[in-house]
Design a protein around this ligand. Structure first.
Ligand SMILES: Nc1ncnc2c1ncn2[C@@H]1O[C@H](COP(=O)(O)OP(=O)(O)O)[C@@H](O)[C@H]1O
Ligand SMILES: [Mg+2]
Length: 229
């Protein structure tokens, strides 16, 4: 349970998210609950690890120039992270679904723009060796600024599975996870991922080329596995 008038915002597989006020600011509390099927000691160490990953990468991503929620408090005892709540935000998932629902002349342009921004931001994470490990459109928010109709400021969240690694292979896998997620969630947007890759490659260097090479390898292996069943 959560005190101080925090209301439940989302209930996920690993955590409950509460919404309320902390030190006068709109705040999300992400509380990871106990998993009964795990040994309590193991459960505690996994949870602690996830909280640490999340806190570390939220801060590191910011340094990399990727917008993330401000981190307010980490409470290992109560398995919680307190962070900035983006009130006027929509997940990229809902943004895309809504655009598809009421298709207008500039829908394609809007989608392409968002895809490109996603690519640029994932590249920034990778340049700083942050592997997110759960890149999906539910883990990206578009934040509205002021009264503008569409705002394309992208926020990346949910860093619990993230880690720091320099290897091109890990970055390639990160891209592959994103591609798979898009195929299952947005199968009506077949060229979304290629637009994301355009953004990713925009400032190409040898490092990026190596990552893309690894990505192709991982994808080919994935295909093979699918064919075998
Ligand atoms: N800082 C935030 N501001 C606004 N909405 C958020 C924020 N953090 C999470 N959310 C919302 O809650 C959902 C779940 O949060 P997330 O951190 O991805 O937890 P989970 O591990 O359960 O996926 C997100 O998809 C988003 O809709
Ligand atoms: Mg999530």
């Amino acid at each position: 349970m959560c005190s101080n008038d925090f209301k439940i915002l989302k209930q996920g597989a690993e955590a409950k998210l509460y919404l309320g006020n902390y030190l006068g600011k709109p705040t999300v509390i992400k509380e990871r609950f106990k998993k009964k099927y795990r040994h309590p000691d193991l459960d505690e160490s996994i949870t602690k690890e996830r909280i640490k990953n999340e806190a570390r990468s939220i801060v590191r991503a910011k340094v990399a120039g990727v917008k993330t929620p401000s981190l307010y408090l980490v409470d290992f005892e109560r398995r919680r992270i307190y962070m900035q709540y983006f009130e006027h935000s929509v997940t990229v998932k809902d943004f895309i679904i809504n655009i598809k629902k009421k298709y207008t002349d500039d829908s394609a342009a809007k989608l392409n723009k968002v895809a490109r921004i996603i690519g640029e931001n994932v590249r920034k994470l990778h340049i700083h060796n942050i592997i997110h490990s759960d890149l999906t459109t539910s883990n990206m928010l578009l934040v509205k600024d002021d009264e503008k109709d569409i705002n394309q400021e992208l926020v990346i969240i949910d860093f619990g599975l993230s880690y720091i690694d320099t290897r091109a292979e890990d970055k390639g896998v990160d891209l592959y996870v994103l591609e798979r997620a898009l195929i299952s969630t947005h199968n009506d947007c077949p060229d979304l991922f290629s637009k994301i890759l355009e953004g990713y490659k925009a400032y190409s260097n040898t490092n990026i080329k190596e990552i893309l090479h690894k990505f192709e390898d991982v994808r080919a292996r994935g295909r093979k596995r699918t064919m075998v069943g």
